[in-house]
Each structure stands twice: as C-alpha cells, then as structure tokens.
Design a protein around this ligand. Structure first.
Ligand code: X90
Length: 280
C-alpha cells in the first residue's frame, strides 16, 4: 500500500478545500437563492456571498453533493476516506454511501470508508488532520479507519450563533429552538449532540458572556488543551478573544483560526463561530 493510493475526500462543510501533504479533494455543497447559486469551492468569494445574503429577503436553501459529485471527488484513488457532515442534518452522508457502493462495484480492487462526522466545520477539520497524519505514518487502510473513528469520539464541537434563521427556515432546527438566538444581543451557545443534531446549551447576553460559556462548556466536555480549530463567519475579533482566553488556561493548546467557507457561513450567519476541540 503506497501513500499515494490513499485519498481524503470531505464535503465543503469541513471548511477545508485543500490539504498539503496528502491527496485531498473537497466535494462542494451549494447555497441556492432565487437570484443566484453559490458553489462552495475555491473560486467562491464567501464574503461576497454573506453580503448578498444580508440584503436578500427571499427564500434560500442548500444542497449537498450527490453520488456523482462524490465519485468525481474520489477520482481514481484506491483507498478513499470520505468524511461527511452529520447525517442527521444533511443528505451528504447518504449520497456518499451510494457513491461508495457504485465506486466499489465498478472497481472491485478499490475501497471507500464513509465516515459520518455527526458534526461539521472545525470538528471535521480535526478529523482530516488526524487522518492525514495516520496516512503519513504509513498505517494500513483498516487501521486508519479504526483510529479516525476512535478519534472522532474524542472530539467535540461547540458553537455561538447570533441568528438561527437560516437553520430554522431550512428545517434543520425547530422555530422554537431558533428563538434562542432570535433577540438582539442574544447569542445561542450550543453543541453538536452525540446524535449529530444541534443542541442549544445556553442563551447568553453579549459576546463576552457567550465566549465564557463556550470555554466553560469545552472544559466540562473534557477539553484540556490539545488541538483546537476555530471557524468564524466574519468575526475574527471573537475568535482571537476566545483564543486568548483558552491560552490563558491551557498555554500549550494548538489553536488555528480561520474563516468559515460558504456552507457553514450560510447557516452560522454573520458573527457565528464554531470551535472543534479534543476531549481527554
Ligand atoms: O444538505 C445540506 O443542504 C446541508 C445542510 C446543513 C445543515 C446544518 C449546517 C450547520 C452549520 C451551524 C452550527 C453548528 C451546528 C452543529 C450541529 C451538528 C453550522
């Protein structure tokens, strides 16, 4: 088994469009309005899309990659690690399972491992990094499948949202749940549940309180430093503040901050922030 036989493929909800050192491809989701269709790939200007959406009052929706999109992303890799957004909020995982069947029956010597992240964004990014490290270490396919599955159980996702309008309008949370972030100045802090659904934990007045709640919840869930990914939608200040708060208590934490791509930006909306972390 040589290193180049293995490829990681993730849908664009992972906020990761390329990855150095291993074969990698992103399968884009789409954001659709009556005026325009945005494909979540490297060519898209995400800030431009977020701006458009701020002024757009009509209906909008999203679409996950279909089986053919996934197969295109697999390319001609012998071993594919296919990482998807939670199957509880998207059809991406189902489409990937169909793609796996088709790909494996067309090429009996090839194998696809479909991994349901039960999460999205920065938690998926952690899993991608782990997956890439295991490939670089020269581990066997089956072993890597086992290890990323075990790793995924030891990672978590916490988020802060100023608005949950797009989530509710697209049926990803109930309108009642969305009210947690419906008032001016209120931020909903929540997590990806074990079932891969969105669970609101607290309603916080003001960003400072929300960031404190994020850190407290991360600690309650077992965060003790380690690797941490912060994905934000036009809220670099909050991301930097949170980073400083974490480092003040866990000075060895390895924290990466980055701008969310289109799918996460659409649902997290302006000001939203997601944190992926490791549990002990
Ligand atoms: O298939 C599709 O069209 C995509 C649907 C995605 C729906 C949810 C995206 C959530 C993005 C919001 C905060 C984090 C919630 C985590 C819950 C597991 C980000």
């Amino acid at each position: 088994m040589s290193l180049t036989d293995m490829k990681i493929v993730a849908d664009s909800s992972a906020d990761t469009l390329c990855f150095e050192g291993v074969a990698f491809a992103s399968a884009p989701l789409k954001i659709i309005t009556a005026e325009k269709e945005y494909t979540d790939d490297a060519a898209l200007n995400v800030d431009g899309m977020v701006d458009d959406l701020l002024h757009y009052k009509g209906k909008s929706s999203t679409a996950c990659p279909g089986p053919a999109d996934w197969i295109a992303a697999f390319g001609d890799a012998k071993y594919v690690f296919c990482l998807t957004i939670t199957s509880n909020l998207s059809g991406s995982y189902n489409a990937a399972c169909i793609a796996k069947e088709d790909y494996e029956s067309a090429h009996p010597d090839r194998k696809v491992f479909v991994y349901d992240s039960l999460s999205t964004g920065p938690e998926m990014r952690l899993v991608i990094e782990k997956n890439a490290a295991l490939i670089s270490e020269g581990k066997e396919f089956e072993e890597i499948c086992r290890e990323i599955t075990a790793y995924g159980k030891k990672t978590g996702l916490i988020f802060m949202l100023e608005s949950m309008r797009n989530l509710a309008n697209n049926g990803r949370v109930s309108h009642l749940t969305a009210k947690a972030a419906g008032l001016l100045g209120i931020r909903a802090v929540g997590k990806a549940s074990d079932e891969g659904t969105l669970q609101v934990l607290e309603k916080c007045r003001g960003e400072q309180k929300a960031l404190k709640a994020i850190l407290q919840n991360m600690k309650d869930l077992g965060m003790r430093g380690g690797s941490i990914k912060i994905s934000h939608c036009d809220n670099l200040d909050a991301a930097n503040t949170l980073k400083a708060m974490i480092l003040a208590e866990f000075n060895k934490a390895k924290i990466e901050i980055y701008r969310a791509r289109a799918l996460v930006s659409f649902y997290a909306e302006k000001g939203g922030l997601l944190v992926g972390f490791e549990k002990n």
